[in-house]
Design a protein around this ligand. Structure first.
Ligand code: PGA
Length: 251
């Protein structure tokens, strides 16, 4: 049966200066302890560190960006194209994080166009979806998340071009997480959607959980069916904490 490769991804957001490379080195040292062969470890630093990280990264850690522009080049002051990201040596890009959706008005249509640009250049897109607290309270979690999944995946994408990260907006940076049953229900619904669209190959697409993942809850969250890894914010900034989450995937 097709089974997704797991990924533990760190999203550093707007954090990190040049001396933060020490955290990457420390993490690499900790990974020498061994991680299951079917689990990748990824760090997504801010753009200012992307090149340095991608150049110095040990083979045990993949490097990704946190956003890209939908166009390949041109008059877009301050923006970064997928090709520029690829050119640093990075291999992933997070697309449609809820902070981008909220702070920069990124709609599903924009997210899909960005994912298309990333995939076209050979980056793996991590497409983020997730409901707000008021949507959850209104019982709209599944309808919101599934319409984000349907509308954010580019129409010409193949199953190995992207992964999905389910991140309830209210769980990000708050220390709150959904119940294991809620996570299972949303991931099962996303899986069904992926299989409806990509048939057997849809079973091989990783679906990450994100939102207040930490060493103390990683085992429980990562053992939920259809959870194939984590997208980690705050707890990815320190190698020791991030390594504690990776422990869920130790040999
Ligand atoms: P958090 O962030 O782990 O700090 O909750 C997760 C994310 O936004 O990717």
């Amino acid at each position: 049966m097709t089974h997704p490769k797991s990924i533990v991804a760190g999203n550093w957001k707007m954090n990190g200066l040049s001396d933060s490379i020490a955290q990457l080195d420390a993490l690499a040292g900790m990974l020498d302890k061994g991680v299951k062969a079917d689990c990748d470890v990824l760090i997504c630093p801010p753009f200012t560190l992307l090149s340095a990280f991608a150049m110095q990264t040990p083979t045990s850690v993949a490097i990704g960006a946190q956003d890209c522009h939908m166009n390949s080049s041109g008059a877009h002051t301050g923006d970064i194209s997928a090709e520029m990201i690829k050119d640093t040596g990075a291999s992933y890009v997070i697309i449609g994080h809820s902070e981008r959706r909220a702070d920069h008005g990124e709609t599903n249509e924009i997210v899909s166009a960005k994912a298309k640009a990333a995939i076209h250049i050979g980056l793996k897109a991590i497409i983020c979806v997730g409901e707000t607290e008021s949507q959850r309270d209104a019982g709209q979690t599944l309808s919101v998340v599934l319409s984000q999944v349907i509308d954010s995946i580019p129409s010409d994408a193949s199953a190995d071009d992207f992964i999905i990260a389910y991140e309830p907006v209210w769980a990000i940076g708050t220390g709150r997480t959904p119940t294991v049953q809620d996570v299972a229900d949303v991931h099962a619904a996303i899986r069904k959607q992926l299989v409806d669209r990509f048939t057997e190959a849809g079973k091989g697409i990783a679906i990450l959980y994100g939102g207040s993942v930490k060493p103390s809850n990683a085992d429980e969250l990562m053992s939920v069916e259809n959870v194939n890894g984590a997208l980690v914010g705050g707890a990815s900034l320190k190698a020791e904490d991030f390594n504690g989450i990776i422990d869920a995937y130790r040999k």
